[in-house]
Design a protein around this ligand. Structure first.
Ligand code: NAD
Length: 420
């Protein structure tokens, strides 16, 4: 029995010898994936001797799949992720041409991976554009299935756009489209179910780890029913399902209104002292400013798809850029999870032994943590930190480090094995 199973709680049960499907990835995938595998294998040996091990099962997707099978995303690959529950992937080329969905989107939709989880922390030694990158320690829960990303849009000048405009004006009485004849239209669906399952998973994650706060980031001041709905539904989950363990700033505002600011401050202080998770909200543009000014005020972030896209990249840049930012797409209810390099196939440096394997490697660290194999995960992050502190890294990071030594992808992998 080498397969991960998922219990009722959505938590994985992992056998000591476990088969994990992986997609090598296109472009630089062929360089980062072997480094990731060898470092993970070495960390497992170091942490558990012969007791625990991963048997890697390659599944095909992207260019490699197309060249060998004629399909960009073969059914066997989908089936492997369905069956094995947890897997990891390198970057995939988005096939050019009409009618072909992005492979990443296809995988996410097929397994309903509703959380895009991006932890963002700084590693000592990595040069950052901000003064105190050590204050950045956030966990972004980006909603992965709704919002403007649902792909419901019509191009200006098409019969569909015309039909939609007619519906808006004639049936819905909309008069606010500024230039109706030349407008394209997009639809932004945001549901209570979709918002609440995302926020519920983020709350559980924060509570399990004893993190101090969860912030709902939204543009509810402008989009009252979609973004504002997300905020209100998020607060509802915290207050209705986690009442004993959280304190919401919506509750704070209600106390303030009823009984005054002093009473509200006292309630907040009592909740803090009792170790309750503080649930707050902030408008997305203010949040982006605050991440630069007061990053220490934020821990877990729950947000909709488009905001999450911008936020992930800005926060990644604050701690060293996309070469080092890990990520995962997870369904916390079914337990399905795909860990992935967050960057693309980097065709401009592919095959040159230049690419930084850290994004995929840190995604593997997230995967080990998800599996409960924390000892091996910590060994890998410690080995990486040791290399960075000595100024030894791939060129994307080493070029900014004082006295930095540029290592090739393979040599950086060797360095980590040595540190392990
Ligand atoms: P990209 O992320 O591949 O590259 C952007 C820039 O960052 C390039 O200069 C590249 O050299 C650099 N870079 C990226 N990763 C790096 C790393 N690990 N180390 C050092 N430098 C790194 O983005 P792109 O050029 O816009 O996209 C190329 C292809 O990748 C496209 O086909 C796109 O659709 C695909 N893509 C896939 C994914 C994915 O599979 N998750 C994500 C983004 C883009």
């Amino acid at each position: 029995m080498k397969k991960i199973t998922i219990g009722k709680s959505g938590k994985p049960t992992v056998p000591d010898i476990v088969e994990i499907p992986f997609i090598e990835g296109d472009g630089v995938g062929a360089e980062i994936t072997p480094v990731m595998r060898s470092v993970v294998d070495a960390a497992l040996r170091k942490a558990y001797g012969e007791r625990r091990r991963i048997e890697w099962k390659e599944v095909l997707a992207g260019q490699k799949a197309f060249d060998t099978t004629g399909s960009w995303l073969p059914e066997e690959t989908m089936e492997a992720f369905r069956t094995y529950k947890v897997g990891i992937k390198g970057p995939l080329t988005t096939p050019v041409g009409g009618g072909i969905r992005s492979l990443n989107v296809a995988l996410r939709q097929e397994l309903d991976l509703y959380v895009c989880l991006r932890p963002v922390r700084w590693f000592r030694g990595v040069v950052s554009p901000v003064k105190e990158p050590g204050k950045v320690d956030m966990h972004i829960f980006r909603e992965n299935t709704e919002d403007i990303y649902a792909g419901i849009e019509w191009q200006a000048g098409t019969p569909e756009a015309e039909k939609f405009l007619k519906f808006l004006t004639e049936e819905m009485g909309v008069t606010k489209v500024r230039f109706p004849e030349s407008s394209s239209f997009g639809v932004k669906p945001v549901s209570r179910e979709g918002s609440q399952r995302l926020v519920r998973s983020a709350l559980e994650y924060a509570l399990e780890r004893g993190l101090p706060s969860l912030t709902l980031v939204h543009k509810g001041n402008i989009m009252k029913f979609t973004e504002g709905g997300f905020k209100n539904w998020g607060y509802d989950v915290a207050e209705n399902e986690f009442a004993e363990r959280t304190f919401t700033m919506r509750r704070y505002d209600a106390i303030k209104k009823e009984r005054g600011a002093d009473e509200a401050d006292r309630a907040l202080e009592t909740a803090r002292k009792a170790g309750r998770l503080i649930v707050k909200d902030v408008i997305a543009d203010a949040f982006l400013q605050n991440t630069l000014l007061i990053p220490e005020e934020y821990s877990v972030i729950a947000t909709l798809n488009l905001n999450g896209d911008y936020i992930s990249d800005q926060l990644a840049a604050m701690v060293g850029g996309i070469g080092i930012a890990p990520g995962a797409n997870i369904n916390f209810l079914s337990g399905h999870a795909i860990f992935e390099a967050t960057h693309g196939t980097a065709p401009n440096i592919a095959g040159q032994n230049k690419v930084n394997p850290s994004s995929l490697l840190l995604s593997a660290v997230m995967m080990l943590e998800y599996m409960g194999w924390n000892e091996a995960a910590s060994l890998i992050t410690a080995a990486m930190e040791k290399a960075f502190e000595k100024g030894r890294a791939t060129g994307d990071l080493a070029r900014f480090m004082p006295g930095g030594v540029t290592l090739g992808t393979a040599e950086f992998g060797e360095e980590l094995l040595l540190n392990l």
